[in-house]
Design a protein around this ligand. Structure first.
Ligand code: PLP
Length: 383
């Protein structure tokens, strides 16, 4: 058994990044300023996006998107239930109705054919999720949204650095990234809103800071004139400069992180191939670069003769941490009580919700850590 606990995720922060944060803290300007502007420009450049707005979280980005699109009572938003609850909470808080589409059983991602039957004349937004670092098959989803005249935005919380047909996620359309500590790069807490729609970007930039008008002065000076006026009632979702400088350091190392994550994922795939109770996710067949945010497996609970929760507890007893991404939203208490979907709704989502488990995966891990995890899994399964 391992002597030290192996967490399922851990941020990789360099001494240079820590020093850069300290330097901002000593500079006298710690809130939104030049480092945020540089982070936005560098991130937009990395993705090939027309523009980017730094925010305090991806959840904030989702909130601002719904407000900018004017989504409210009577409107429907189609999104998978295999996602983090934040999106669905915001749809609900906006007074709109979340409509859940099912997912592909082996990639955990939704598809155009699964979205189409969920559309109605009330649908205002389609919100697919790029899962675990893989890219959703966007081309058919974009075509479907365009043919119905419905807005499309991508939940790219797992997809910083992911590529789809040679293009980075974030280049086209509207995309929201997260920099929470478990994600592929972190700012402590933080998010980025990217879009190829300049009017939407301006609106989000305005809404993220009290709804103050964005004028040429703001763009040139990275500050606001004290005379700036409220154009629309807005929020307070601006990122700090000490978080942004951390993001700059992390972004510079993102490709390196993805390289190491990919090596670890390949090792897992090789070693787990002979463990028949463990079913890794399928890697989509369309051309992409997988960012390997998570290494998710499903426990074949019938073959293993044990529940997923018991499996996670046994691993923990043996010093192996795991995660759960995610317990499906329609199975969380509030949504069970309010939506009351029939037990046979969303079969692939429900099947996975009871069996998925995220194994340790972070850039500072060694291949020998992967070997430890797999050896421990075999022990727990009594092999
Ligand atoms: C992490 C996550 C979010 C929320 O990101 P925050 O930055 O924590 O708000 C949204 N969607 C998915 C799929 C996530 O994994």
């Amino acid at each position: 058994m391992r002597k030290d606990f192996l967490p399922f995720s851990k941020p990789s922060l360099s001494e240079a990044e820590i020093s850069a944060v300290a330097e901002v803290l000593r500079s006298g300007w710690i809130t939104t300023g030049p480092k945020c502007a540089e982070f936005e420009a560098t991130f937009a450049d990395y993705c090939g996006s027309a523009g980017a707005v730094a925010l305090t979280s991806a959840t904030a980005g989702m909130h601002l998107l719904l407000v900018a699109l004017g989504i409210g009572p009577g409107d429907e938003v189609v999104t998978p239930a295999m996602t983090w609850v934040s999106t669905v909470n915001l749809i609900t808080l906006a007074g709109a109705t979340p409509v859940f589409c099912d997912i592909d059983r082996d990639t955990l991602m939704t598809t155009a054919p699964l979205i189409e039957p969920c559309l109605s004349e009330r649908t205002r937004l389609i919100l697919p999720v790029h899962f675990a670092g893989a890219a959703a098959d966007l081309t058919p989803i974009r075509a479907l949204a365009a043919s119905r005249g419905i807005a499309l935005a991508e939940d790219a919380a797992h997809a910083a650095g992911t590529e789809y047909y040679g293009e980075r996620i974030g280049k086209k359309g509207t995309t929201i990234f997260s920099f929470h500590p478990i994600k592929n790069m972190t700012t402590g807490e933080g998010g980025m809103f990217c879009s190829d729609d300049p009017a939407l970007l301006d609106q989000v930039r305005c809404l993220k800071f009290h709804g103050l008008g964005v004028d040429a002065y703001d763009r040139a000076m990275q500050g606001r004139s004290p005379q700036a006026e409220v154009i629309m009632p807005g929020f307070k979702y601006n990122l700090t400069d000490f978080a942004a400088v951390l993001g700059l350091g992390q972004l510079a190392r993102l490709n390196e992180f993805i390289g190491q994550r990919s090596r670890l994922a390949a090792r897992y795939a090789e070693l787990l191939a002979e463990v028949e109770e463990i079913l890794p996710l399928a890697v989509p067949t369309w051309p992409m670069r997988h960012a390997w945010h998570l290494y998710i497996v499903r426990l074949d609970t019938e073959k293993a003769g044990m529940s997923r929760d018991a499996f996670m507890a046994e691993l923990k007893k043996r010093n192996i941490g795991t995660g759960l991404h995610f317990r499906a939203v329609h199975q969380q208490k509030y949504y069970r009580d309010t939506l009351g979907l029939p037990a046979d709704a969303l079969p692939a989502t429900t099947w996975n919700s009871e069996r998925i488990c995220s194994l340790p995966l972070f850039p500072a891990m060694a291949e020998s850590d992967v070997d430890d995890v797999v050896a421990t899994i075999k022990e727990v399964l009594g092999r």
